[in-house]
Design a protein around this ligand. Structure first.
Ligand code: R5P
Length: 269
């Protein structure tokens, strides 16, 4: 690996623990004003100190994130579709030059294995990797799931392995039963998405199960920013990812921090 590529990967996967806590706030690129991200800068700024990297689009990065933050950026560079249309028909929206200009640690795009547009998205991934290689920028491939796609170890294992075979440096996929099979068949680091909002304890259990099965971490969005106490939740997730805290312990931390933050707010008034 070239120095630049190694350096960027080390910004995302922390060398001291070998783990990654990525905060995903890129939902608007196909969902529009997602609940919790109506004013992304406001929601996200208290969370930034606790994530290792931030995944988002260039529009939200430019408009809503302070350029002086040291947090590494994983730039979503695919899109062109919305929930009103065929999500699998994505293309590349942002050039690699733009990614360099924004000093990103990695670029991300979705692949839709098994969909009508499987080939285009896989060739899109390959093109992005070819360009990323020229500049030492790692590519994170997101194995998208849709109506016509599965969510089991067989499907996610297939999609993750194909992403790695094409040269992705990191794969983002979903947690599933027999997740260890997905990890064992994928030669590059895997992070999981959180998916739809779950009760906090369940989200922490999922994060714990994923890292226990070999994921390097999470690229989690809604389960953090839609939590009733987002700062408490990101800290609890952090304890699972970087300290191997068991779900019960992490949940206790969540409850303690939630209580503390509440009493701070009351005192401020
Ligand atoms: C998916 O393709 C996007 O990257 C999502 O924004 C990401 O997966 C969301 O994370 P979560 O499912 O944890 O809200």
């Amino acid at each position: 690996m070239d120095w630049g590529m190694k350096n960027r990967m080390a910004q995302i996967i922390k060398p001291d623990t070998g783990r990654a806590l990525m905060l995903a706030i890129d939902h608007g690129y196909f969902l529009g004003p997602t609940s919790g991200l109506e004013a992304p800068g406001k929601t996200i700024s208290p969370l930034i100190p606790y994530c290792d990297s931030l995944m988002l689009t260039r529009g939200i990065l430019r408009t809503s994130i302070d350029a002086s933050i040291p947090t590494p950026i994983v730039l979503r560079v695919s899109g062109g579709t919305s929930i009103l249309g065929d999500l699998s028909n994505e293309g590349i929206t942002t050039t690699i030059k733009e990614a360099v200009r924004m000093n990103v640690a990695a670029v991300a795009l979705s692949i839709f294995v098994g969909s009508e547009h499987e080939k285009e998205t896989l060739l899109g991934l390959s093109d992005l990797i070819n360009e990323g290689q020229e500049y030492g920028i790692p590519v994170l491939a997101v194995t998208a799931v849709g109506k016509e796609m599965g969510r089991d170890a067989r499907y996610l294992g297939l999609a993750s392995r194909i992403a790695a075979e094409l040269g992705a440096s990191i794969v983002k996929t979903y947690y599933c039963k027999d997740f260890n099979k997905v990890v064992n068949n994928c030669p590059v680091p895997i992070v999981i998405a959180g998916g739809k909002k779950l009760p906090e304890k369940e989200a922490l259990e999922m994060a714990y199960a994923a890292v226990s099965d070999g994921a390097v971490g999470v690229d989690m969005g809604r389960n953090i920013f839609q939590s009733e106490a987002p700062v408490a939740m990101i800290n609890a997730v952090r304890s699972v990812i970087h300290e191997n805290a068991k779900p019960d312990k992490a949940y206790k931390l969540f409850l303690d921090l939630k209580k503390k933050n509440k009493s701070k707010k009351v005192k401020k008034k």
